[in-house]
Design a protein around this ligand. Structure first.
Ligand code: SF4
Ligand code: SF4
Ligand code: SF4
Length: 256
């Protein structure tokens, strides 16, 4: 019997879903083993009732109703994966997390009476998450790993080391050491195959913080390289403003 899969969306650009269904053609064969019962971009109908064997959640929770909806999906799902940086660590919507919510609302909207936004948190602030498919959008390795883990009934084997490891395994020249380019690779979770440094570009941490990242040390290094306080804060808040690993670096810069 095919596994029932629902792909649900909260506040985000829907790029993860687009990437999943349209860009990753190699996934199609694996997807044949699933009954995709809901996807916001493939369906015009409302959210169906469960149960779901697996729920993929993209987007950040930024409104009160989304908290209830997320909890409802969790109750009806055997497995629930966060997919993409928005759901995993707050992602792009989390750039507003460091300012008071009301200030942000005033900056964007003229009338605030119908605006009920809340601070943007990753979905694990509200529900138990069984796996994190990182990236903006995610890389093919982790997407495939997540789907096959559901089919084989095993724990997904996601990577728990930094982009630097992937970068070294590829034999890249380090852009941080050799070209003085502020690369976030040392504190960023692997999974993309060191995509950006392989093109001689700095990692900007779209996969979010690796566990136990030493953000403060990298922030100090960036300061020595001549980056301004604002630039350093921006680097650590672009994709993971609300996570502990990067918060220490940001707090250190504010105290400086
Ligand atoms: S993680 Fe990136 S691609 Fe995915 S929904 Fe968020 S902003 Fe879009
Ligand atoms: S280029 Fe970036 S990711 Fe690669 S080894 Fe250097 S710091 Fe790490
Ligand atoms: S190198 Fe960094 S910014 Fe580039 S895809 Fe990988 S995690 Fe994202």
């Amino acid at each position: 019997m095919k596994k029932r899969l629902g792909f649900f969306k909260f506040s985000c650009c829907t790029g993860c879903q687009f990437h999943f269904f349209y860009e990753q053609r190699y996934l199609l064969e694996t997807l044949l083993n699933f009954d995709v019962v809901f996807s916001k971009i493939l369906s015009s109908s409302g959210t169906p009732d469960g149960p779901f064997d697996v729920a993929l959640i993209e987007g950040t929770v930024t409104e009160v109703w989304q908290v209830d909806e997320l909890k409802r999906i969790r109750e009806q799902s055997t497995l629930l994966f966060a997919i993409g940086s928005c759901a995993v660590s707050g992602g792009i919507p989390a750039i507003k997390a460091t300012d008071p919510e009301i200030e942000i609302e005033k900056r964007v909207y003229k009338k605030l009476s119908s605006i009920h936004s809340i601070k943007p948190y990753a979905i694990d602030a509200y529900v138990k998450v069984d796996g994190y498919i990182r990236g903006c959008p995610p890389g093919e390795r982790d997407l495939y790993e997540a789907l096959t883990s559901v089919l084989t009934d095993k724990k997904p084997d996601f990577l728990h080391y930094s982009v630097c490891v992937e970068c070294k395994l590829k034999g890249n020249t380090c852009v941080l050491v050799s070209y003085n380019v502020p690369c976030m690779g040392p504190v960023t979770n692997a999974g993309c195959g060191a995509l950006c440094p392989s093109m001689n570009r700095a990692c900007y941490s779209c996969f979010g913080p690796v566990k136990q990242a030493n953000g403060s040390a990298l922030a100090k290094k960036f300061k020595l390289m001549g980056l301004s306080k604002d630039d350093i804060i921006r680097k650590f808040t672009e994709f993971g403003a609300v996570t502990g690993e990067f918060r220490k670096a940001v707090e250190m810069m504010y105290e400086d």
